[in-house]
Ligand binder design. Sequence first.
Ligand code: NAD
Length: 424
Amino acid sequence: MTSAGFASLENEVMCVESNQAILADVSSGKVPIFEPELENLVNKCIKNQKLQFTDQIKDVLEFAEVIFICVGTPQAEDGKADLRQIESVAIDIAENLHGYKLLVEKSTVPIGTHIRLKNTMSRHLKGKIGFDIACVPEFLREGNALKDFFNPDRVILGIESENSKKLLQDIYKDFECPKIWTNPATAELIKYASNGFLAMKISYSNMLADICEATGADVDSLIEGIGQDSRIGKEFINPGVGYGGSCLPKDVSAFIDIFDQNNVNNGLLKEVDSINRLRPHRIITKLKSSIKNLENKRIAVWGLAFKPNTDDVRNAPSLEVVNKLIEEKVTVNCHDPQAINQFKKALNKNTNLTFFDDMYESARDCDALIILTEWPDYMATNLDELKAKMSNPLIVDGRGIFKPSEIQKSGFEYKAFGLKENNN
Ligand SMILES: NC(=O)c1ccc[n+]([C@@H]2O[C@H](COP(=O)([O-])OP(=O)(O)OC[C@H]3O[C@@H](n4cnc5c(N)ncnc54)[C@H](O)[C@@H]3O)[C@@H](O)[C@H]2O)c1
């Protein structure tokens, strides 16, 4: 997205990609992920000769003065951010560097990574060659990437030299949003602080849903009631099966580690994480409150992507829920408008699982339907058609997409986060 975005703003962009399959795809204008409008943009930029691809860092170093590092920083087994891809890029750049470059961290990296990068570079440079490191973290949301790239709420620019500032001012000249100039350490921290806060809002809302379930308070009014407060806002406060995806879970985990490394209390973040981890299990508990023994039951799961408008299933609640169902010897019928292929790769199991292109067919003869992603198609469900297909009209809705009163009128047993069990 970053390369196509900058290329479409009349910059000359060369992208280096080490994965040959991905490189072959993107070079021919095929985007290997589902992201609305991105493929059109990439093709337009390739056609206008503003965007090109290579697998050689040397090509990029000859071509550009500013290099954005956008490689993955996944969660390591111990919960920290795994910086091996960043390290490897730094070594590659240093070994091939012949003149000044500005290296910009776009990947989400723990505070202090710019120093680590500098040290790695210095160890591998072949001679006394100048370079700067800056940090401009990425805030775009998958499924909304184009809009977020071109209309960010703000751009954070962590720099250490006048030259870095000059180069970045030019690159970001078309962005009219607030620009916050700071140092690289603070820029690195801002990204985690933002994602930690968003995760906290979600877990807080999930905690509120639990108290509604226990007391019978109306969760929808409660969310509306707090969301109308402009200090709180309406976004990221819908209760449900929790956050997933390639960013929030790993970033909260890495943020917890950053506090640990600095001996600063991180109890709040740990609780945010632990509330979230329990959400997929709660789906199974809700299911079992209606179907005590799940063995040999047939259950449909709608929504494998971690959120709508993406095919990304990294850390998606669907992985945990489907795995649990398989453990319980359930026959699982899966549907998702975009994410079936990614899900098959991520789950790496095929027993007791069938995948459907048609959402209604996936519910045929099912004892229950579980909804895990709020895709627009699901929100527009024809409830009569759905009910006619199912052998038992039970919906466990992990995203609260239906109004309880309306769905119960249609004859469904309906379970969702925040609804008191004996009201269901
Ligand atoms: N995905 C998002 O929506 C999003 C949003 C904000 C921030 N971020 C951050 O951006 C970073 C990248 O995220 P992602 O989801 O795109 O990761 P990803 O793993 O999907 O993509 C990284 C790409 O880098 C390539 N790569 C790895 N090492 C390389 C090397 N040495 N040379 C060339 N290419 C190399 C990989 O082959 C892969 O295609 C992460 O730090 C993430 O936290 C992502």
